[in-house]
Structures are given as structure tokens and as C-alpha cells.
Design a protein around this ligand. Structure first.
Ligand SMILES: C[S@@+](CC[C@H](N)C(=O)[O-])C[C@H]1O[C@@H](n2cnc3c(N)ncnc32)[C@H](O)[C@@H]1O
Length: 219
């Protein structure tokens, strides 16, 4: 879907604009536009591939990811909250607390991997105290990275939301050690006053060597 800001009333309010656009397009959340923009900037997911989406409720990211991989692919979404079913047989969802010690076992039961892409839009419940919110966001990022390290194929990609501040540069360095390239993206659909952005890791240096295309059907 193409977004034309020229049709918007002034003053420009990104919340209302993307909220309305999401409703119009049938997306469950404005964040659908964020992953769409990231995938347009960095084509890290193709038809027939497997993607794992962490913190996936209500399912905006998942709608976009499922459309990209199509019926020959696999899109798995997990969250603390139940994710309303997507009517596509190649989409699997489950309730998983990624901070629980059983999380990885639960993920393996959904699909043994490896994945081509792991995304995380996980966010803590913010309390408005910047250092605390940043620390909680970083804890979720580290958990997402740990899941990615255990489920990505060699050469795969990782996308995570992170609050900028505090240990952000340290975490970015951690990613740089594990991925060939790391980019920062702040999608247009991000709320104006939010200090979130996305780190995009391309070319996972470790993981299982499997051909990037033409793999047998996952699952
Ligand atoms: C911004 S929302 C995700 C929106 C989603 N990407 C979409 O497009 O619909 C952040 C999500 O992170 C989830 N979350 C936070 N902590 C989590 C945890 N420990 N395990 C799993 N999910 C978690 C929340 O339940 C929430 O649904």
C-alpha cells in the first residue's frame, strides 16, 4: 500500500495518520507499516522462507511477514498475549513468555528451524522512567538475540526494536560481532516522540549452513 501524506490534514499527526491507514488496509496494528518499510529498505525475507516473530500480538508484523513468505513458507508468531488466528495455514501462533526458561523448548515445538529471519517488536510495559524503560527494552532485545542465535541459519537476518539510550551502542556492537552488517532504521510510522528504532542485522555469521533458496518445505 502506498502512503500519500499530501492527503493528510494539517498539522501532521503521525499517530492518527498511520492508525487510520492501518484500519483502512485491514492491518491489526500500525506497526505493520514499520516492518513493511524495513523489508523494503532491506529485502531480507523472500517467498518460501521461514520467519519467527517475537512479541507478535496483535499481529500487524505477522500479516506482512505472512504475505511475503506466502503459502510455501512459514511464519511463526509468539507473544505473552494470545494472537488472534490469521486465516493462513502457513502461519502458526502461540502464547510464549520469551523470558521464561521453557521459551526455547516451546519455540522448537512450533518449528525446529532454522529460520531465515527472526524479528522482535517486543516492548516492555513502559512506566515513563527512561532508564528503567531502556533497561527493560534491552533485556527483551538480548533475549530476542539469544533466540535468534539459536534458531537462525547461517546468513540469516535479525530485526529488533530497541529504545535508544543507555547501553544502545553496546548492544549494537554485540550485533556487529554476530552479523556481517548492522543498520539502524527509524520507520516513518514511529510515533514522533518515541525514542525507539530498529536494529537490522544482515548475514548471520554463525548458524547452520543451508542453501538460502529452494530448501525443502519447512515444518
Ligand atoms: C508493540 S507490541 C508488538 C506489536 C506487533 N509487532 C504487531 O505488529 O502487532 C509489543 C509486544 O511485546 C510483547 N511482549 C513483551 N514482553 C514479552 C515477553 N517476555 N514475551 C513475549 N512477548 C512479550 C507484548 O505482549 C506486546 O504484545
Amino acid at each position: 500500500m502506498r502512503l500519500d501524506r499530501s492527503t493528510m490534514s494539517k498539522p501532521y499527526d503521525p499517530k492518527d495518520f498511520y492508525f487510520r491507514q492501518a484500519k483502512k488496509a485491514g492491518y491489526r496494528a500500525r506497526s505493520a507499516f514499520k516492518i513493511d518499510e524495513i523489508l523494503k529498505k532491506h529485502p531480507i525475507l523472500k517467498k518460501g522462507e521461514a520467519v519467527l516473530d517475537l512479541g507478535a500480538a496483535p499481529g500487524g508484523f505477522l500479516q506482512i511477514l505472512a504475505d511475503v513468505v506466502g503459502e510455501q513458507g512459514l511464519a511463526v508468531g509468539v507473544d505473552l498475549e494470545e494472537i488472534r488466528r490469521l486465516p493462513k495455514p502457513w502461519v502458526k501462533t502461540a502464547v510464549v513468555d520469551l523470558l521464561a526458561p521453557t521459551a526455547l523448548d516451546q519455540l522448537r515445538m512450533l518449528h525446529d528451524g532454522p529460520y531465515d529471519l527472526v524479528t522482535s517488536d517486543m516492548a516492555p510495559k513502559t512506566i515513563g522512567i527512561k532508564v528503567t524503560d531502556e533497561a527493560r527494552s534491552l533485556e527483551l532485545c538480548r533475549m530476542a538475540l539469544s533466540v535468534a542465535e539459536q534458531t537462525l541459519r547461517h546468513g540469516g537476518a535479525f530485526v529488533t526494536k530497541i529504545f535508544v539510550g543507555g547501553d544502545f551502542p553496546i548492544f549494537r556492537k554485540e550485533l556487529q560481532g554476530r552479523f556481517e552488517k548492522v543498520h539502524i532504521v527509524r520507520p516513518a510510522a514511529t510515533r514522533e516522540h518515541s525514542y525507539e528504532c530498529f536494529l537490522v542485522g544482515l548475514g548471520y555469521r554463525f548458524g547452520k549452513q543451508v542453501p538460502a533458496r529452494g530448501r525443502e518445505k519447512k515444518d
